[in-house]
Write a protein that binds this ligand. Structure first.
Ligand code: FAD
Length: 259
């Protein structure tokens, strides 16, 4: 949680904050590039414990990978480690926010939503749901499905918050797939896109409605699996897969932020 009090920095859910890591890039000796992080909060819904302050929450995965030059060493991602190592009182230089397209529409509750997240891709959806809550909560006329894909159960972020929302709103559906511990009926690993098929009786009619919006955020490549599932959902029900996919991914109802 970064304190924005006293700054003119504002943002809306779906946008990403740019973080400028201090120091210079070892190779170029130039200042580090900005890295983007999706905001996980809403300015309309102050975080518990920060009721009177303007803040932004980021949800950052610490990057540690095998070093390209020497596999016995670890490479630490520059910006993610900078953020994860911050101490209370440290300063952070922000840019942006960036992004206009990946956003809730003006008349938010005139639409249904199917949200697909993997890993830190959950961040913007937590922000969307905080914003919806601040706008009075999800009314009966709007259905919101949140499909969250992780590998293991210790990666299920904001689980308690989403469960509390699901208990409060009968038209908010929260489902998690764990690829390393859950399987499809054919024995394959259960990824986020497979849940669309698990709940076919609800998701197919929803996708067929013109006011249903799809948002995808997280690991690059997840969008391909989701497209395949949309087609399969249709063909399993005797509907033309290409037609449903074309309808569901029209640019005014389909939003993707993968990295
Ligand atoms: P870098 O130092 O930039 O390294 C990047 C990658 O290159 C790493 O995977 C690293 O393993 C590899 N690499 C580089 N050099 C080496 C080397 N010598 N040896 C081995 N590997 C190497 N991230 C989040 O955690 N949360 C978010 O909400 C989020 N939102 C995003 C939104 C958008 C729109 C975009 C584009 C990206 C988002 N990201 C998010 C990703 C984020 O911007 C950074 O890319 C990520 O944190 C890694 O940055 P870094 O500086 O830690 O790693």
């Amino acid at each position: 949680i970064l304190d924005l009090e006293g700054t003119n920095y504002t943002y809306t859910p779906g946008q990403s904050a740019g973080v400028v890591p201090p120091g210079v890039d070892e190779t170029s000796q130039k200042a580090h590039n900005v890295r983007l992080y999706s905001v996980a909060s809403s300015l309309l819904a102050p975080e518990p414990g920060y009721e009177n302050r303007k803040t932004v929450m980021l949800c950052v995965k610490r990057v540690k990978d095998k070093h390209w030059d020497d596999a016995s060493k670890l490479y630490s991602g520059v910006c993610s480690n900078f953020i994860c190592d911050l101490k209370p009182g440290d300063s952070v230089q922000l840019t942006g926010p960036a992004g206009k397209h990946f956003a809730l529409p003006e008349n938010t509750f005139d639409y249904n939503y199917i949200l697909f997240a993997t890993g830190t891709g959950i961040a913007p959806f937590r922000a969307f749901l905080r914003e919806m809550e601040a706008a009075g909560g999800i009314p009966d006329r709007a259905k919101v499905w949140l499909f969250f894909g992780v590998r293991f159960d210790n990666e299920i972020l904001y689980d308690a918050e989403f469960k509390a929302l699901a208990a409060k709103y009968p038209n908010f559906f929260y489902r998690v797939s764990q690829s390393r511990t859950m399987q499809n009926p054919d024995g394959s690993r259960k990824y986020v896109q497979h849940m669309l098929l698990d709940y076919a009786t609800e998701t197919l009619p929803l996708l067929q409605l013109p006011n249903t919006r799809i948002y995808i955020c997280g690991l690059k490549g997840m969008e391909t699996g989701i497209a395949d599932s949309i087609k399969k959902l249709a063909t399993d029900a005797g509907v033309d897969g290409d037609t449903l996919l074309a309808q569901a991914t029209q640019k005014e109802r389909y939003f993707e932020e993968v990295y």
